[in-house]
Ligand binder design. Structure first.
Ligand SMILES: [Zn+2]
Length: 109
């Protein structure tokens, strides 16, 4: 059993977290940091501890299998077009075009 000693952020007790009962979360891209997600054995509250490069290397060396997560992304059909962003001139031009509009009626089918 491999344990990590840490301070619980909820009850502030010093606790030993069994890594078999915790999740070591890393990014898909190799990085020298991770997070350990755990439930405090004293207060049962969930907790998160940042894991630096030294501890991460030790945990990987002893065989802890990390959960690798990537950044959330939108499906291609929900992403915006690859166009330049709006400029202040675009907004000014839009306001000038709207100045001539007196009223708007809803679409009718
Ligand atoms: Zn606790």
């Amino acid at each position: 059993m491999i344990e990590v000693l840490l301070i619980c952020p909820s009850c502030t007790d010093e606790i030993a977290v069994d890594v078999d009962r915790a999740i070591l979360r890393t990014d898909v891209e190799p990085r020298a940091r991770a997070e350990l997600l755990f439930c405090c054995p004293r207060c049962d509250e969930p907790g998160l501890r940042p894991v630096g490069s030294e501890l991460l290397a030790l945990l990987l060396l002893v065989g802890v299998e990390p959960m690798r997560l990537s950044e959330p992304t939108l499906p291609p059909e929900d992403r915006g077009p690859d166009l330049p962003g709006l400029t202040p001139e675009d907004l000014l031009s839009w306001h000038e075009q709207l100045a001539a509009v007196d009223d708007v009626s809803p679409w009718e089918s």
